[in-house]
Design a protein around this ligand. Structure first.
Ligand SMILES: [Zn+2]
Length: 84
């Protein structure tokens, strides 16, 4: 009986471990998502699509980068194309 309990807790441990692994995978794939940024000085957002009207005011160059790179540029999510 005791042995069985140990096995169950071990299985639960493994299950939670693999769940964490999946979570990390999702997180890293989000980081690889391509977004569009404007390289202009006044731009502060990154966009899901290069057709976003938030890019109309862009004075610089439109550039496709990963979400990770966009964050390095100090960009935050555009409220127009990332509606919550
Ligand atoms: Zn946008």
């Amino acid at each position: 009986m005791k042995k069985q309990l140990l096995l169950i807790s071990f299985t639960l441990f493994l299950a939670s471990f693999s769940l964490n692994g999946t979570e990390n995978k999702i997180k890293s794939s989000t980081q690889e998502t391509k977004v569009t940024i404007c390289t202009g000085n006044s731009a502060t957002k990154y966009h899901k699509t290069n057709k976003c009207r938030g890019l109309n005011a862009c004075k610089g160059e439109k550039k496709t980068v990963t979400m990770k790179e966009a964050e390095k540029w100090g960009r935050t999510k555009c409220k127009i194309c990332y509606k919550q």
